[in-house]
Design a protein around this ligand. Structure first.
Ligand SMILES: [Zn+2]
Ligand SMILES: [Zn+2]
Ligand SMILES: [Zn+2]
Length: 127
């Protein structure tokens, strides 16, 4: 026989992602209360735990991290040479583009900085 049951899923109020979407799989639980307890469980690794505000707004792990960057600034990793080989910055194919690049260790922000000029032979490009 077929039976229709009602389940609850948790959606982030910021980005609309479902809890578990990119991890263990989306969770369907029978009651909002159980789901709330589960997604904010402090035994979850920090990067998977969601938060629920006093106003009931649900924030996913990624939005929470982006948020903490907005409040306290990015947690930048070390500068590394950009290896875009011309995809992002004008470069002679096979040569370094003259930029370096660093990533935030919390969210997915990138930052580029030009630290050298590429000597061009003929032609050149408008910057
Ligand atoms: Zn989100
Ligand atoms: Zn960040
Ligand atoms: Zn580059």
């Amino acid at each position: 026989m077929l039976e229709t049951i009602t389940c609850v899923v948790a959606l982030c109020d910021e980005c609309g992602r479902q809890f578990g979407e990119d991890g263990e799989g989306v969770l369907y639980l029978p009651s909002p209360r159980e789901l709330r307890q589960l997604i904010t469980n402090t035994e979850l690794p920090d990067e998977y735990r969601w938060s629920i505000g006093d106003d009931g707004r649900i924030t996913c792990h990624l939005c929470r991290l982006t948020w903490s960057c907005a409040l306290s600034g990015h947690d930048w990793g070390a500068w590394r040479l950009c290896l875009c080989s011309g995809d992002r910055h004008p470069a002679t194919p096979g040569y370094w583009c003259g930029h370096q690049h660093r990533m935030c260790l919390r969210c997915d922000q990138h930052e580029f900085q030009q630290i050298a000029r590429i000597a061009r032979t003929a032609g050149g490009e408008a910057a």
